[in-house]
Design a protein around this ligand. Structure first.
Ligand code: HEC
Length: 161
């Protein structure tokens, strides 16, 4: 009978990918507030499905990076400014996601609303700003790899430092 108890105890402990999924989709701090991954999460920043084939170190470095490529500071004619991730645009309106809010707030602006768009020197990517632990990042990277490639290979915290 003891083996039943042992099996049950084992089943109750979440696997690394399960822990990573919970962190990824966490409503307060989760990556899913801003990233889509295999159809889950908000498509504000880059879709992370494509980076799942990279090694754990490369994914962790991209997440911890303090350099931004797409985010820009949008100054409004009505006054005020916000760090924004550009979304879809057509002739009349442009979508901007206001990253000063988490989850980011979607704004539809016309050229007449915008005074200027310039380089980002105010917004930091949350995993860089909040100093995420290597244990947590290893769990998240394991989940990203699992969701996009199906690989259940464990990710060692030492590999994502
Ligand atoms: C508040 C929104 C937000 C949250 C939360 C967030 N990110 Fe991001 N992330 C972004 C934006 C925006 C970019 C693009 C930045 C740029 O280059 O301008 C980005 C870029 C990235 C990149 C680089 C992707 C590429 O193709 O260049 C990775 C990897 C990444 N994030 C992983 C994560 C992980 C892992 C988490 C959770 C621990 C996370 N992000 C949480 C908004 C967010």
């Amino acid at each position: 009978m003891i083996w039943i108890v042992l099996l049950m105890a084992q089943a109750a402990v979440p696997s690394q990918t399960e822990r990573g999924q919970a962190l990824f989709l966490d409503a307060q701090q989760g990556c899913g507030n801003c990233h889509a991954l295999k159809g889950k999460g908000n498509a504000v920043g880059p879709d992370l499905t494509g980076i799942g084939h990279l090694g754990p170190q490369a994914i962790a470095m991209a997440a911890r990076s303090t350099v931004t490529q797409y985010v820009q500071v949008v100054k409004l004619k009505a006054g005020g400014s916000f760090p924004g991730m550009p979304g879809k645009k057509d002739d009349k309106t442009a979508v901007w996601f206001d990253l000063s809010k988490n989850p980011p707030e979607k704004k539809e602006l016309t050229p007449a609303d915008i005074a200027s768009v310039g380089g980002n020197d105010v917004w930091k990517h949350p995993p860089a700003a909040n100093k995420i632990s290597s244990e947590q990042l290893a769990d998240i990277v394991a989940y990203i790899k699992y969701a996009s490639t199906g690989s259940k290979k464990a990710v060692d915290p030492a590999d994502v430092q």
